[in-house]
Structures are given as C-alpha cells and as structure tokens.
Design a protein around this ligand. Structure first.
Ligand code: SF4
Length: 344
C-alpha cells in the first residue's frame, strides 16, 4: 500500500473537487460538512452547507441556536439527531474547550455525534494528525489495490485496514485521507465499472492487473429492514392543518402530522378522531413508504376536514408550516399532497 501514497497525493492535488468546505482547514467547516455528508450525496449537501454556515457561522452561534430553527435548517437532510448532536457538541466545546475546537483525535471523538471516521477526518484534515478516516470508499480501494477478498461490513477487517493505512500516512495525512476517498467516489466506483484507465494507481493495483476489480469487494447481502405501519391524519380546518410534536421514539420532538401505529380502516379512523359531529368529510389520501437506515415506515393517510379545531394540536397555515416548522422527510409527501389537492 505504501507505493500508492505519492501517486495518490499527486493525483488528489491536481484533481480535487472545488467544494465549499474545502476553502480552508477550519475544523468547524470540516465538521459540519462531514456530519451532513454522512447520509447525503455531495451535490445535495452543497446548498445545505452554504445556508447553514451563513446562518450559523461558528461554534458559539451553533451552541446558542434555537433548536426549532436548527431543525428547520436541517429539514430535508433527515436523521435529525445529527443536528441535535451538533448543537450539543458545540455547547461542550464552548464549556470545556473555551470555544476552540479540540485538536486531538480522542477529544474530538468524545464529542456528541462524532465517531471514529469523523474524528479521523477532522484531526487529519484540520490539524495534520496521523489519524485514519476509513469509510466504504477506502475499504473498496484497499480491497482492489491489494486484491483482497474482504467483507467490507466486518468491523475487525475495517480495524486491520485502518492499522495498515495508519503506518503509511504521509506528513499531510488529511490529503491522503481525502485523496483515497475522492478516488473511491470519482474513479474507483462502487456500483459501476471503475475508471481504471484514468486511475493514478492502475500500475500498482493488483485487482486491475488480475482483471478482477469488478468482483471486489465481495457483495454482502443486506438484511431486510423491518417494517412498521402507520396511519397518518391530515386534519384540515379552513386553511390550516394540525401538527404536533412527536413525544417518543424515532423522530422524538419533531413536528409531524398526527398518526398512530397500525393500518386503520375508514371506520376505525373515524372512531379514532372521536367526536363525530366535528367531521365534515373524510377521504383516503396517499400512501408513502419511508426508509430509515434500520427500518421502513409504511404509511397510509386520511384527509379529514373538520368543522372545528381539535384543541390538542397546533394549527398552522401551509405557508407557516413550510416556512417555520421542520417537518421530517417521512411526512413531506403528505404535505405536498394536501397542498396539491387544495390548489386543484
Ligand atoms: S486501477 Fe481500477 S480498481 Fe484499481 S484502484 Fe484504480 S480504479 Fe480502482
């Protein structure tokens, strides 16, 4: 592997993409981008990142931001615990490090929402620490360069690769870490034919020499995600819709449309709403499946027009909901559906 260091660095310095968080080595910028990139494509993150940094330019501002505003800025990125952890970590940095981002890997890793990969990325990119940042891209490039039939989901193997790579890190470890990830994202592609002809490692890559790069790394069959079923109520009164804050479990404290677990028939839905005399009309709405990292929500909906508001909910206009409230992506198709219906 040590032979890949120089060609990789040279290639990276010539070809690195111009990304908004690569303008400097400010750990705040790298941190925010790394957290956003955890579940989202680079192209989609760019605009979120710019908007976020404009509104929350530094650690102090992040530590003081109102949670609802933070979640609104995060709306669409999903996995809202990431946003909450950012604020929690910013408060820790303010309280324990005087507002200065810590430099050491172990200190960074203790911050809320930061794991091995992100701690390695920040400490190497921003502070030139010889720490590795191993993600799926790095595992794939490693498997192909070394022609090793590894299981990329095996944490022990990930650790071993991390130890091997740590020994060959150059004086600019951040460039190496970013370079190998960039190579995995743009050249040594996962779900398409790798672009070996333009790869800076093609002379050294054992899988390419053996014409087996496409077979590596081994595909691991993903486990089926468990399914949960929900019935969502789009309760309307005049030009307003009912929302409330979720009190437990996944998406806790997020705004959402009233819903309950299970698939309700129309009669059951009417019974759930309770007071018969306040219902003007009820009709079935759209269904939506939302896939989280570890489960699926299968959701059906009812659009219910009410003669008077049910007081246990917060009632908002569509304009207010869109502007001021962070609605999880799982509920977005329902919002779009009722807005579309209203304009027809
Ligand atoms: S030569 Fe091909 S398989 Fe090997 S690292 Fe480069 S792109 Fe990947």
């Amino acid at each position: 592997m040590e032979r890949i260091v120089e060609p990789l660095l040279e290639w990276y310095r010539r070809n690195k993409r111009d990304l908004p968080w690569r303008k400097d080595q400010n750990p705040y910028h790298v941190w925010i981008s790394e957290i956003m990139l955890q579940q989202t494509r680079i192209e989609a993150v760019k605009e979120y990142y710019k908007r976020f940094i404009k509104r929350i330019p530094n650690i102090r501002a992040l530590s003081q931001i109102d949670e609802d505003e933070l979640l609104k800025l995060w709306e669409g990125l999903g996995y809202y615990s990431r946003a909450r952890n950012l604020k929690k970590a910013a408060m820790t940095i303010e309280q324990e490090y005087g507002g200065i981002f810590p430099e050491e890997y172990d200190d960074i890793k203790k911050l809320s929402g930061i794991g091995e990969y992100t701690a390695g990325a920040i400490s190497s990119i921003c502070f030139d620490k010889k720490e590795v940042a191993i993600d799926g891209n790095v595992m794939r490039v490693y498997a192909r360069v070394e022609n090793e039939d590894i299981d990329v989901s095996d944490l022990k193997i990930k650790k071993k690769i991390g130890e091997k790579i740590k020994k060959i890190l150059p004086s600019k470890p951040g460039d190496f870490n970013e370079g190998i990830m960039e190579l995995g994202e743009t050249i040594c592609l996962p779900n398409a034919i790798p672009k070996c002809e333009i790869c800076p490692l093609k002379e050294l890559c054992k899988a390419h020499q053996n014409h087996c790069e496409i077979e590596l790394p081994r595909k691991v069959k993903k486990k089926e995600k468990p399914e949960e079923f929900y019935t969502v109520f789009l309760l309307l009164h005049d030009d307003e819709i009912a929302i409330h804050k979720r009190s437990t479990g996944l998406l806790k404290n997020m705004w959402e449309f009233p819903n309950l677990e299970g698939v309700l028939t129309q009669n059951e839905a009417l019974k759930w709403i309770g007071e018969d005399n306040i219902i003007s009309s009820i009709q079935e709405g759209i269904e939506n499946t939302h896939i989280f990292t570890h489960k699926k929500w299968k959701m059906k909906s009812y659009v219910v027009r009410l003669k008077k508001k049910k007081t246990e909910y917060t009632w908002v206009s569509f304009a207010e909901l869109t502007k001021d409230y962070a609605l999880p992506t799982a509920f977005m198709p329902f919002l779009k559906y009722v807005i579309r219906q209203k304009s027809e």
